[in-house]
Design a protein around this ligand. Structure first.
Ligand code: TRP
Ligand code: ZN
Length: 504
C-alpha cells in the first residue's frame, strides 16, 4: 500500500553483490530479460536488507498459534506456528521477489494457489526450474531473505496472494545495544515490539515502512491467555479444547515495525471513547506491582484528554482505534505500536503522551529512511513538552530552556541527529535535540506558520513516509523562509546550536 520506492533501491544489491543468490538480478546477457528479480532491500542505508523491491503489499492476514514457555525452571522458549496470507501487487515484471523472515523455518509456500518447491539457495545467477522458494539466513551478515520464484511470472500491476506456513522456537533475541526486540518471549507470553526491523522475527514481511499495508490477525493461545494486536476486535474470541483464538483487525495502512501481537495475562478492559469517538481499548497485565498499577491506571485515565489535546493541535486522530498494552515484563522501553502502544512494567503519564503523539508522528507519517528517526522521537518528545504545559507544568519554552541550559560534553553535541547511524537511532540526543529542533523551528517561524506547517505535513504524508527534506520544504512553503541553514545547524552541526532560540 502506498509504497514509495527509494532512489537507492539497488544499493544493497551492489554492495552485497556476492550474494546474488538471495535475489539480485543476474546481469542481462544480450537483449535484457523483461522479467527481473525484485530488490532484496528497500534501499535503506541503515538496514540494506530490510524491506524488498518489485512489489507493494496490500494486506497481511496472520494466523498465529503460540505456546508460551512452561513455568521456570523450564527454558524461556515458546513455540510459534503461523500461516501468513500476503496480498501484493507487482510493481515490475517479476521473475522472483523476496520477503524478510528471520529465525523461522518455512514449511510450505504457495503463490496464487500454486505450490512452490523448497530448493537450496542457487549459486548467483543460476536458474531454478518452476515455482520455487529458498531461504537464506545469515546472522553474521544480518541477511535474512526468503526468495520466492513464482511461476507463471508476475506482470507489473498483477495481484498475487502468497500463503506461507512457517514456524519455530522463540526466545529472547538480543538487539544491537542489547535492547530486546521482535517477538520477545516472556514467561507469561510474548512482548512484541519490532522497531526497526524485528517484524521479520515473527512473520514473513517486507520489513520497511515504505511499504505499509493493512492487517488482520487470528491468534490462538492457551485458554486464559489474552492476545492483543493492532486495531479492533471484529468478533469475540472463541475457546475450544483449552485454546482461545483472538481476532484483531487493523484496517489502516501500517508500517511493519508498528505491528504487535502480544500475549500475556492481560485484563482486556471495557472500551472507552475520546470525545471525538475514538475507541480506547486497554490491556493491562494483572501482575503489575501495585504501585505501578496505580501509576498506570492514572496515566491511562488521561488518554482521552490527551487525544482531545493533540487533535486540537495536530488534526484528527489518524486511526480507527487506540489503547495501551501494559506488560509486567521489561524490554527496557515502550513502543508506539500502531493504535496500541506497548509499555514495560508500567505506563507513566509522560510516556503515554509520548507514545500517543507518535500515532501522528511516526505512525501516520513515517520516516522514509531510518536516518530520519528524529522526526519520530523529536516530535514525540516535543509533544510531551506540549502536554506537560497543557497539564499545568512547565511551558514548552521552559522545557526547551531547561534542556538547553546545562553544559554538556562535546560528544553530546557531536551526534548528528539527522544521521545518527543504526546504533544511534534511540540515542538521547535524537529525542532531546530533536525536540529542541522543533521548538526552535516554532520560535523561528512563529506559532501560526508552525502549526499550519505541522497540519500540512500530517495531511500531505498521511499513510505514507517522508524525509527530513520533505519536512523542511513544508515549513519553507508556509513561512516563505529559507530554512536550509536552520536545519543544517540543528540536525547536522556537531556543536551546540547558538542561544538564539532561548526565550523567557
Ligand atoms: N520508539 C520507542 C519510543 O517511543 C523507543 C525504542 C524503540 C527503543 N526501540 C528501542 C529504545 C530500542 C531503545 C532501544 O521511545
Ligand atoms: Zn518515541
Amino acid at each position: 500500500m502506498g509504497a514509495r520506492l527509494l532512489g537507492g533501491a539497488t544499493a544493497a544489491v551492489l554492495v552485497f553483490g556476492g550474494l546474488g543468490a538471495i535475489g539480485a538480478a543476474a546481469a542481462p546477457k544480450g537483449p535484457g530479460p523483461r522479467y527481473t528479480a525484485g530488490a532484496a532491500g528497500a534501499g535503506d542505508a541503515y538496514f540494506p536488507f530490510a524491506g524488498n523491491g518489485g512489489y507493494d503489499v496490500q494486506h497481511y492476514d496472520l494466523d498465529l498459534d503460540y505456546t508460551p514457555p512452561a513455568p521456570a525452571p523450564a527454558p524461556l522458549e515458546g513455540r510459534l506456528d503461523g500461516t501468513a496470507t500476503i496480498d501484493l501487487v507487482a510493481t515490475q515484471d517479476l521473475d522472483r521477489f523476496n520477503l524478510d523472515l528471520r529465525g523461522m523455518e518455512v514449511e510450505s509456500l504457495t503463490v496464487n494457489g500454486k505450490t512452490a518447491a523448497a530448493v537450496a539457495p542457487p549459486m548467483a545467477g543460476a536458474e531454478v526450474d518452476g515455482a520455487a522458494y529458498w531461504h537464506v539466513q545469515d546472522d553474521d551478515a544480518r541477511v535474512w531473505e526468503l526468495t520466492v520464484q513464482p511461476r507463471p511470472k508476475l506482470k507489473a500491476g498483477q495481484r498475487a496472494t502468497v500463503v506461507i506456513q512457517y514456524g519455530g522456537v522463540t526466545t529472547q533475541p538480543e538487539d544491537i545495544e542489547e535492547a530486546l526486540y521482535g517477538w520477545v518471549t516472556t514467561r507469561d507470553g510474548a512482548m512484541v515490539a519490532s522497531e526497526p526491523d524485528g517484524s521479520m522475527t515473527w512473520y514473513p514481511v517486507s520489513d520497511h515502512q515504505t511499504d505499509k499495508a493493512s492487517y488482520s490477525f487470528a491468534i490462538t493461545v492457551p485458554e486464559g491467555k489474552v492476545a492483543v494486536a493492532n486495531g479492533i476486535q471484529p468478533k469475540p474470541e472463541e475457546t475450544a479444547d483449552g485454546l482461545t483464538t483472538w481476532y484483531w483487525d487493523a484496517p489502516d495502512a501500517q508500517a511493519s515495525y508498528l505491528t504487535t501481537a502480544s500475549v500475556g495475562d492481560f485484563e482486556l478492559r471495557e472500551t472507552r471513547y475520546s470525545s471525538s469517538g475514538v475507541p480506547i481499548i486497554d490491556a493491562v497485565d494483572l501482575d503489575l506491582a501495585p504501585n505501578r498499577l496505580a501509576t498506570t491506571n492514572a496515566s491511562l485515565a488521561r488518554q482521552a484528554d490527551m487525544i482531545d489535546f493533540f487533535e486540537n493541535r495536530f488534526g484528527p486522530y489518524p486511526f480507527t482505534a487506540y489503547g495501551s498494552i501494559v506488560d509486567d515484563d521489561d524490554i527496557g522501553y515502550a513502543l508506539e505500536t500502531q493504535t496500541r502502544p506497548i509499555y514495560s512494567t508500567q505506563a507513566g503519564e509522560g510516556t503515554v503522551a509520548h507514545e500517543l503523539a507518535h500515532q501522528w508522528f511516526g505512525d501516520a507519517v513515517s520516516p522514509e529512511r531510518w536516518q530520519d528517526i528524529w522526526l519520530n522521537e523529536g516530535w514525540a518528545t516535543y509533544a510531551g513538552w506540549m502536554w506537560t504545559e497543557e497539564a499545568g507544568g512547565r511551558t514548552a519554552q521552559q522545557s526547551f530552556n531547561a534542556w538547553y541550559a546545562p553544559a554538556r560534553t562535546p560528544a553530546y553535541w557531536q551526534l548528528q541527529i539527522g544521521d545518527p547511524g543504526p546504533m544511534g537511532l534511540f540515542a538521547t540526543q535524537v529525542y532531546n535535540r530533536g525536540a529542541g529542533t522543533l521548538h526552535a523551528l516554532r520560535v523561528e517561524v512563529g506559532d501560526e506558520a508552525f502549526f499550519e506547517g505541522t497540519r500540512l505535513w500530517l495531511e500531505r504524508y498521511d499513510d505514507s513516509a517522508a524525509t527530513a527534506d520533505d519536512f523542511r520544504a513544508v515549513y519553507e512553503e508556509v513561512s516563505g523562509e529559507d530554512l536550509d541553514e536552520f536545519f543544517e545547524t540543528w540536525l547536522y552541526d556537531q556543536v551546540k546550536p547558538p542561544a538564539d532560540w532561548v526565550q523567557p
